[in-house]
Design a protein around this ligand. Sequence first.
Ligand code: KIV
Length: 272
Amino acid sequence: MTEQSPRKRVRTRHFQNAKENGIPIVGLTSYDQLSAAIFDAADIDFLLVGDSAGNNVFGNETTLAVTVDQLIPLARAVAGAASRALVVGDMPFGSYEGGPDDALHTAVRFMKEANVHAVKLEGGVRSAAQIRRIVDAGIPVMAHIGFTPQSEHGLGGHIIQGRGEGAEALVADAHAVEDAGAFAVVLEMVPSSVAKRITSELRIPTISVGAGPHVDGQLLVWTDFAGFSQGRVPRFVKQYANLTQVLTEAVNEFRADVASGAYPAPEHEFEG
Ligand code: KIV
């Protein structure tokens, strides 16, 4: 979405323009102001303060335990650091399933307390009423269908969605979120052929997380793309750096320098 440079805020209408003009949309997750400032300066179009913070910040095994109260300070830090990117707050498990009123309450908290520009929630047909209520209140919604990590126990694990007979249900989910007013839809871990069909049928942009190239944009979890994750990294991720190795080497050098007396050197001292 490079025509948005320099430094003009990306809006939901720019997502639509990007789709119509075949300009790929680029997103990353972010959970803090340091990474957000770097990604924003690099013209990443949107920053998702994902519930993957449950794993990548709070050390939980799944995204299920993270709460609105935990995500809001992270989202506020990201929104405060991003002058161009559209910042999306991810509504965590348990904060919208109760129904449209529940969902609107959570979305309003993200808008007022974190200053984000949009919210995201998981689910297609099952979440359409919630999306409609939030959109009717003037809050943009990014939908998320396919593999939805908040349902990983119900889905039976990290399983590709929309294969075989599952394709029709996935396409129905995509139409349901568009009809409910979502401005974009994340397709997570679905076959490329189905993502291609959805992208051609929908008016709103599709954003791939492991849904192949025939979509309108790509999103990755930043700790995965930068080699800073603990544990399993999904096959669809391309690793662009190895921050774990960089930090490990730095911390080992620091410890050794302190042990040997090489740090601090005279240039690190203050004179009296
Ligand atoms: O929380 C997250 O990081 C997400 C993306 C993987 C879509 O929801």
